[in-house]
Structures are given as C-alpha cells and as structure tokens.
Design a protein. Structure first.
Ligand SMILES: Cc1cc2nc3c(=O)[nH]c(=O)nc-3n(C[C@H](O)[C@H](O)[C@H](O)COP(=O)(O)OP(=O)(O)OC[C@H]3O[C@@H](n4cnc5c(N)ncnc54)[C@H](O)[C@@H]3O)c2cc1C
Ligand code: FES
Length: 294
C-alpha cells in the first residue's frame, strides 16, 4: 500500500499528490511515469512523475479528473493509501546541452515539466517555459515555473494575456520573430502537442512530445499503447513515452484514444451512481437510485 502524505487541489479539477514510494523515488528520472490501481477492483492507469525525493522516499504526481479512476483517486485523502503504484516506467528523457530549450506544458503536463526543467538547467541549457491554460482560474504553479526558468510565458485560451490563445500559436510567433530555439519539449493535451509539432516543423526545430495512449500493463506485453512513429509501430510504455512529434501519426493516436468513450462514460456514470447509492441509503431513497441504474 502507498500512503498519501500530501494532497492539494491546485485548481478545481486538478489534484497534486505526494505519495510514499521509496523504491520508486530512488530510481525515478525525468520523463518517467507510474501505473496505479486505487483499490482491488480498480483499473490500471498511468500518471507521470512530477517530482521525487530520494531522502524522504516520496514521489509526486498531479492529475486531471477525467473519469472513474481519476475520480476515485481524487476521493482519497491524506493518510489514505493507494493499493498499487508500479514504476518508474518508460524511458527517461534524453537530456543534453542543447542550448535554448523551450518547454511547453498544458494541464497535467505542467507536472513533468518541473523535473525536466531542473535537469535541463543542470546541463547548462537556457530554458524558456510556456504554460498554456484555459483562463486565469485554470492556471497553477506559475511562480514555481518562473523561479525555475530563464523566461516564462503564459498563454491563456481567453486571450487575457498576450496575443496568442494557444501554445502552438505562441510558438509559431516566437520562432517567426527570429528567436533561436534548439529543442522543444511539449507535455500535456494531445491536441496541444500535435499543434506544437506542426508549428515547429517548418522551422526544423526538433520537438519531443510525451504520448498518452491508453495503457494497461505498462511493460510492453499487451500492445494496447501502440502508436505509429515514422511508419514504425512503437509501444509507448517501453519505447517511449517520448517521441519526435514530427514523426507521430497523430490522427491514429487520437482515434485510438477515443475508442472506449462509450464504456468510459458508462463507468463514470456507474461511479457516480455508487456515490448516489451511498447517499440514498443514508436518506432511505435507494429504490429511486436502483430505478436510475436501469
Ligand atoms: C504515460 C502516460 C502518462 C500520463 N500522465 C498523466 C498525468 O500525469 N496526469 C494526468 O492527469 N493524466 C495522465 N495521463 C492520462 C491518464 O492516464 C488518464 O487521464 C486516466 O487514465 C483516465 O482514467 P479515468 O478512468 O479517470 O477516465 P476514463 O473515463 O477511463 O478515460 C478518460 C480518457 O483518459 C484516457 N484513458 C483512459 N484509461 C486510460 C489508461 N488506462 N491509460 C491511459 N489513458 C487512459 C482516454 O483517452 C480516455 O478517453 C497519462 C497517460 C499516459 C499514457
Ligand atoms: S501498455 Fe501494454 S504494451 Fe504498453
């Protein structure tokens, strides 16, 4: 069992967790992830490592509440335990002295940006960070990222900060203005990573993205996480999760990620019904909840 030492709601649907997992903390490297199972009937799902402390034996993650499993995880409190946490999984980020490195993060992608920026700085890179969020109320860790980076740009979807409304738009404008960028890393929403890869391609700036297909075992056995990169089939859990964004077949990735939407919606509804049933039992309305399930 893996005890939750700290929980923080960063913005309404995004949660930060610090979890006791000493055997993962000693091996963790930037770019890696873990696979969790909240309880004995829970599904396995991956989350990126947003930090770790070898001395305290802690790992950090942040997640967006998307469906049943993340909702279940969000229901745990400090002192509660997660049943399984397996990792670190996936290959670590290739970190060298590139020069000017631009790191883009949206939603949960801001988490893995933190260890990445620290490692890039240790190698002497100049780091330009770009945070993308819907609006001011969806933004978190701005000060942390400003403190770690040489330059920070915030791009908000409502246009309230600067001209660009998407990170990819900012990236295009930044490169067109003649700024020298030697490498781009983009973490977070698939659409954002795809658009950033498209924005950098005409400028020939290598763009590394962290792919998030559906995963089950995380060890290369089930084939669930296969993606097409440069006309080759790769398993994201063992060959990735990071790939060259200019080589990724984005259309297939998006289609495969949406393959179980109906089942995921049903699982989410059933999860909510479980919660409702508990409330109904307490208020003697259980008959009405059973009728809703049919
Ligand atoms: C390597 C990797 C790292 C990730 N890191 C993070 C992270 O740090 N923070 C974060 O919020 N999210 C991360 N994700 C995505 C996260 O795993 C999904 O949001 C989560 O599994 C959703 O599960 P759910 O039951 O709550 O939602 P569901 O309703 O089941 O699914 C919502 C959407 O999440 C995706 N998803 C569902 N099940 C899985 C699964 N087993 N594996 C991967 N994707 C799935 C699908 O696209 C689906 O449409 C990562 C995914 C991968 C592959
Ligand atoms: S998750 Fe099964 S092969 Fe990658």
């Amino acid at each position: 069992m893996y005890r939750i030492a700290k929980k923080e709601v960063l913005v309404p649907n995004t949660i930060y967790l610090k979890v006791e997992a000493p055997e993962i903390a000693v091996k963790a490297q930037p770019g890696q992830f873990v696979i969790l199972r909240v309880d004995e009937v829970g599904e396995r799902f991956p989350l990126s490592l947003a930090g770790w402390d070898q001395k305290d034996g802690m790992i950090e993650m942040l997640f967006l509440i998307m469906g049943r499993s993340t909702m279940k995880l969000a229901g745990l409190q400090e002192g509660d335990s997660i049943m399984d946490v397996v990792g670190p999984l996936g290959g670590p980020t290739e970190i060298e002295s590139y020069g000017n490195v631009l790191c883009v993060g949206s939603t949960f992608g801001v988490g893995p940006m933190v260890p990445l920026i620290k490692a890039l700085k240790e190698k002497g890179n100049r780091v330009i960070s770009v945070m993308e969020a819907k609006d001011e109320g969806s933004l978190f860790w701005e000060d942390e990222l400003r403190g770690l980076s040489d330059e920070l740009h915030v791009v908000l979807g409502d246009g309230s900060r600067g001209k660009a409304r998407q990170a990819s738009e900012f990236l295009g404008q930044y490169l067109e203005a003649g700024n020298k960028v030697d490498r781009v890393f983009a973490f977070g929403r698939v659409f954002m990573m795809m658009q950033c890869s498209r924005a950098t391609k005409p400028f020939g700036v290598k763009t590394i993205v962290a792919l998030t297909p559906i995963m089950v075992d995380g060890t290369g056995m089930c084939g669930c996480c296969r993606v097409s990169v440069g006309d080759e089939t790769k398993f994201t859990c063992v060959d990735g999760p990071e790939f060259d964004g200019h080589e990724v077949d984005w259309e297939t990735l998006i289609k495969r990620k949406r393959a179980y939407l109906k089942e995921e919606a049903r699982a989410f509804d059933l999860g909510q019904l479980e919660g409702l049933r508990r409330i109904a039992e307490l208020s003697r309305l259980s008959g009405r909840v059973s009728a809703m399930e049919k």
